[in-house]
Design a protein around this ligand. Structure first.
Ligand SMILES: [Zn+2]
Length: 298
């Protein structure tokens, strides 16, 4: 049987789940379930210094207590290095990547600012300066344009070369970049639909470009508004977002559904996870999700 819908939630184990991450989990889960689809759980533990001990257990326990049920085994990016190496090899064979010796400081001195930081000025595109060692492997983006339809935000078009530039796929210290790993996982594991926070909208354009170069299927995308605090900062460990308390699922799931533009009745707060998810999957409407990159929480 062909899978018509396969979605996933992919938290980084840098700390316990907070409201912002729960919103992405709820949106992707309900979308998958209302389509009769699969929902997978992937742990984005690529970058060892960012992985906090105990965070994976805390995330899994929290999702379980909130009544999320994922399909298949949990996927760990830290165990998928062979797949990322193979993808990088494939891109190298097609002449799409090159080693880069530039330091962050050198790039900052010569770069213009793009949508998310400096655009790589292309210093090593035709070879590294003599005597220098590679610090990273970059992807060529000359002429790269990506257009896609976002199910929440509408039509999107990106000029990757101008807005992001040749971006890093692999660091010399052995860490694969998020864009490569995420694209390879989504493509190879057959994800049909990516539902995640709008803070990853620019990333999605780059990942679509990588997917196409690798000849992998490109999923559909829906970017949810991200929860910001009163100062407009994304909720994260850095902004001291509170870890949520999964022992009281209604107090977590009802506000998350409200944030996503749904209208759960107040009395749902005291219900079991079974009743909560039943309500959510029966009443979910993607067209009610607010369009916008950031929405403050009350
Ligand atoms: Zn360079």
């Amino acid at each position: 049987m062909n899978v018509v819908y396969r979605g996933r939630f992919a938290p980084t184990p840098s700390g316990p789940l907070h409201f912002g991450s729960i919103v992405a989990a709820v949106g992707s889960y309900v979308e998958a379930r209302t389509h009769g689809g699969e929902w997978h759980l992937r742990i984005d533990d690529l970058d060892p210094p960012r992985v906090v001990q105990g965070a994976v257990d805390s995330i899994l326990r929290c999702l379980e207590q909130l009544g999320f049920e994922w399909d298949g085994p949990v996927i760990y990016q830290s165990q998928r290095a062979p797949a990322y190496h193979a993808a990088l090899h494939q891109l190298r064979q097609h002449g799409m990547v090159y080693p880069c010796a530039c330091s962050r400081k050198e790039i900052a001195e010569h770069a213009v600012m793009g949508v998310e930081g400096p655009v790589y000025p292309g210093t090593c595109r035709d070879g590294m300066p003599p005597g220098r060692e590679a610090r990273a492997v970059r992807l060529r983006t000359a002429g790269a344009r990506v257009a896609f339809e976002d199910a929440v935000l509408g039509p999107q078009g990106r000029d990757i070369e101008r807005e992001a530039g040749d971006f890093v796929l692999y660091r010399a210290d052995g860490v694969f970049a998020f864009h490569l790993a995420s694209a390879v996982d989504d493509g190879e594991l057959g994800m049909t639909d990516i539902v995640r926070g709008a803070d990853l909208l620019e990333s999605s354009a780059r990942q679509i470009y990588v997917l196409r170069l690798l000849g992998l299927p490109v999923p559909r995308y829906a970017h949810l508004p991200i929860a910001v605090n009163a100062s407009g900062e994304k909720l994260s460990k850095q902004t001291h977002a509170e870890a949520i308390d999964p022992r009281d699922p209604g107090r977590v799931l009802v506000p998350a559904l409200r944030f996503l533009g749904q209208a759960p009745p107040q009395e749902l707060s005291g219900e079991s996870t079974h009743v909560l998810w039943d309500w959510a999957t029966t009443n979910w409407r993607l067209d009610r999700v607010p369009q916008g990159r950031a929405v403050p929480i009350e």
